[in-house]
Ligand binder design. Structure first.
Ligand SMILES: [Zn+2]
Length: 414
């Protein structure tokens, strides 16, 4: 079994943390927050450490244009005094990732005080980091413990909660896409992790009304789902259980924003809208009989390898080499032998495909949940143009080795 760090969720997070420090003989700290999260929680953590007579360095970053990048990493390392310290991240995704990176590279452990339910990456070992203008997922470390102050989570801005919810319910489609990949492409799979990913999504969806009211018990369940989703990725050592075709569409939009130097696209908002798009395809899939699927697959045409590569180079010049080198499934399907094998496997496992698809809620249901929380439901609300929607659908399927619903709808000619 995998060892997971201890996680506290409740009203006594700071007290629990002080006990943890006493037991672990920690007395030197480096607290990292941004101005907002410092005001909301970091200041109280700082004061509690000081009251113990412990040595605390702090770095409070400007939340404007804050990213896990060369700039913020250098700011943190410039303040750090190279003494052994327990790093303390007080914030959401970006602050946690900056701390994950700087603590790991300075050979210090870190703990996380999440400030919002906005992401599922608190338990992760990787930090999405932009260095020299290029964004990549960099291997760092997971926190040694997580202390969740529930009142802070409940009072966090509603759009952050809505973003976290969008990311959480994407496990409905990501887990099914992962199952499809096993059935059709023969990729590695783990039944227990699959069930956990699905459980995370179901749990978040089951408390959506409470989340809308920021009711503490429901918010605790949303946090719990976020941690569970993070553990799914950590345990499988791959994002597959928690990131499927919907994430690949959302990643395309995130990259487009990045290339255009635009700000303000929240991960979970983009993922929520992309989940809605995949849910519509899932609905169409569920309505198909095996014979109808066979007829559609009989007409499936996959453009040849050269044509596809040329399209990728033309549309995504900045990442084309990297994408082509990763041998995307859809390019491999240009080989008629590979395509026929996959078509046959789809038909042979049609019942299992339908069972996995039945876990995905209807598009209307996903829409209603997102709407209730005030989350965007259309690409235009995200600031994405119709042309960018098409590009993300058509090229998102090249991003990772996943036989996602997006590839299946291409084969069906939808
Ligand atoms: Zn995500």
């Amino acid at each position: 079994m995998n060892d997971h760090m201890s996680i506290y969720v409740g009203d006594q997070a700071i007290e629990e943390f002080i006990q943890f420090c006493k037991q672990g003989n920690f007395s030197h700290f480096f607290l990292i927050a941004d101005q907002n999260t410092y005001n909301a929680l970091g200041k109280r953590v700082f004061q509690s450490l000081q009251e113990q007579g412990w040595d605390v360095l702090t770095q409070i970053l400007n939340p404007e244009h804050l990213h896990t990048d060369d700039f913020s990493i250098t700011r943190v390392l410039a303040t750090y005094d190279a003494e052994p310290r327990l790093f303390v991240a007080v914030g959401s995704g970006t602050i946690t990732d900056i701390t994950r990176f700087t603590s790991h590279r300075s050979r210090n452990p870190f703990v996380s005080f999440p400030s919002a339910a906005s992401v599922d990456a608190y338990t992760s070992k990787n930090a999405p980091t932009t260095v020299g203008g290029l964004k990549g997922s960099i291997y760092c470390q997971a926190p040694i413990a997580i202390f969740t102050d529930l009142p802070t989570i409940c009072e966090s801005p509603k759009f952050l909660t809505a973003s976290g919810f969008g990311d959480s319910i994407s496990k409905f489609t990501s887990s099914s896409d992962w199952k499809f990949t096993q059935l059709i492409w023969g990729s590695a799979f783990d039944e227990g992790i699959y069930r956990n990913a699905l459980h995370a999504a179901k749990q978040s969806a089951s408390v959506v009304a409470g989340i809308q009211r920021a009711d503490p018990q429901s918010m605790a369940k949303l946090m719990d789902s976020q941690f569970e989703s993070g553990f799914c990725m950590a345990d499988f050592a791959n994002s597959a259980p928690a990131s499927g075709g919907e994430h690949h569409i959302a990643h395309m939009w995130e990259m487009m924003f990045h290339w255009d130097k635009r700000e303000g696209l929240f991960h979970g908002h983009a993922v929520g809208v992309a989940t809605l798009i995949e849910a519509e395809w899932y609905e169409r899939l569920r309505a198909l009989s095996k014979d109808e699927a066979a007829a559609l697959l009989g007409q499936a045409v996959v453009p040849d390898k050269d044509f596809q590569e040329q399209q990728i180079r033309q549309t995504l010049p900045l990442i084309a080499d990297e994408l082509i080198k990763s041998h995307p499934i859809y390019i491999q399907l240009a080989d008629p032998k590979v395509l026929n094998t996959c078509k046959q496997r789809m038909l042979d496992s049609w019942e299992e495909i339908q069972t996995a698809a039945s876990n995905v809620p209807s598009a209307q249901q996903v829409y209603d949940w997102l709407k209730l929380l005030g989350a965007p439901t259309t690409p235009s609300e995200l600031g994405i143009t119709p042309c960018q929607v098409e590009t993300a659908k058509e090229f998102g399927l090249y991003l990772r080795e996943r036989f996602s619903m997006n590839i299946i709808r291409k084969l069906f000619g939808w």
